[in-house]
Design a protein around this ligand. Structure first.
Ligand code: ADP
Length: 364
């Protein structure tokens, strides 16, 4: 979707991905068929383009430095990515900037976890420092620790943080270009699936927030991007806990909690991403209607669906939806395959129509 936004601005996009049929490859005529994390692929890419950007946070800082050495501008840059790619380093950077984060600690061995659990009242969150996503790499640990199945990796690959009994999860998209011009999107509420691991529904704006809470969440999110020297587009995930707003994590790219902007805001997050990458001024982030709802199309099963019939059912159920299907080649249970956006005037009505369209899509 970033590639499509770039093409709309007249840019030629070269994709690095080992899968010819990957979603970005399907919409761009030029692709280097090598793994996105390969050294040779990165060098080949950087030697042919003026700017490199990315769609996941696992691209290593080393590869990004190689791309810079090959002459490309790299956004977000390697030093930002060295922080973002390690959740423990994110915590260090945010707390050094005075931003609100859960209490956290590194672990040199698993005994440290027992000590920490006693100190923090028995319940804590164990997080993999690198490579986690959609809740893989997050374990909520409750005493007695002896009963908990610990990861097979070394304790030092994980860190522990305080469990936040949050009321709601919020998110804010922020962009910053090289000239330091920033934009901040409305604060949204992100509702997770029952297992708590995947984003299910996003509501913009987050219902029931006071103006002070909204401004605080936006200030913290801008501060988070500043704290990591970020240039590009970032998704900041937050916890609302009573009156407190606490940072969960930051993603250095267009984010699922920002997909509502594609139809619901003056400027979509993908265009904003490309604008910041090209050092253009950011566009307005205002919502086009009082309410915008995004519901994820998380695959209910492995296998195939009849996409044409599913799409027809969803539009017949609710003609005003905007359906986005990503073109991923494999459908696995729980995988994000696409999403539905719906603009409206009233939250309950908009949400129930969007959910009904999703049920119709899956034929339920
Ligand atoms: P991922 O990068 O895999 O999405 P997160 O760090 O965002 O992992 O955690 C996944 C989910 O786990 C969060 O959306 C939240 O529901 C829960 N969670 C994470 N950290 C905490 C915490 N400190 N306290 C309570 N719940 C948490």
């Amino acid at each position: 979707m970033s590639a499509q936004a770039a093409q709309r601005l007249g840019l030629t996009v070269l994709v690095l991905d080992g899968d010819l049929d990957c979603p970005a490859g399907q919409v761009t005529p030029k692709q280097i068929i090598q793994d996105w994390d390969s050294v040779l692929g990165t060098q080949a890419l950087a030697s042919q383009v003026s700017v490199v950007t990315l769609e996941n946070e696992w691209v290593t800082p080393e590869n990004l430095r190689l791309a810079m050495d090959a002459g490309a501008d790299v956004i977000p840059g390697p030093s930002t990515m060295a922080i973002v790619g390690d959740k423990f380093k994110q915590r260090l950077a945010f707390s050094a900037s005075g931003l609100p984060v859960p209490r956290f600690t590194s672990l040199s061995n698993w005994d440290d976890l027992i000590k920490q659990s006693t100190e923090w009242g028995g319940k804590l969150v164990l997080k993999s420092r690198c490579g986690g996503y959609d809740g893989y790499g997050v374990k909520i640990v409750e005493a007695p620790i002896g009963d908990v199945q610990l990861p097979s990796a070394q304790a030092s690959d994980w860190y522990a943080e305080e469990f936040i009994p949050f009321d709601r999860e919020l998110a804010v998209m922020v962009s910053r270009n090289k000239d330091g011009k920033t934009s901040v999107y409305p604060v949204v509420e992100s509702r997770q699936t029952v297992d708590g691991h995947r984003c299910d529904v996003v509501i913009a704006p987050a219902p029931g927030l006071s103006v002070e809470q909204e401004e605080l969440a936006q200030r913290i999110s801008l501060g988070a991007v500043d704290a990591i020297g970020g240039i590009g587009l970032f998704g900041v995930e937050l916890f609302l806990n009573g009156d407190r707003i606490i940072i969960n994590e930051i993603a250095p790219r267009p984010h699922n909690s920002g997909h509502y902007t594609m139809d619901g805001c003056r400027t979509s997050q993908f265009e904003q991403h490309i604008r910041s990458v090209r050092n253009l001024p950011p566009g307005a982030t205002t919502l086009l209607t009082p309410v915008v709802v995004m519901v994820n199309l998380l695959a209910p099963f492995d296998g195939l669906i009849d996409l044409e019939s599913a799409t027809r059912r969803a539009y017949e159920c609710c003609p005003n939806i905007h359906l986005h299907w990503y073109g991923k080649t494999k459908m696995r249970e729980g995988r994000k395959m696409g999403h539905i956006n719906l603009l409206g005037q009233d939250l309950d009505e908009t949400l129930s129509h969007a959910l009904a369209a999703r049920l119709a899509f899956w034929g339920e």
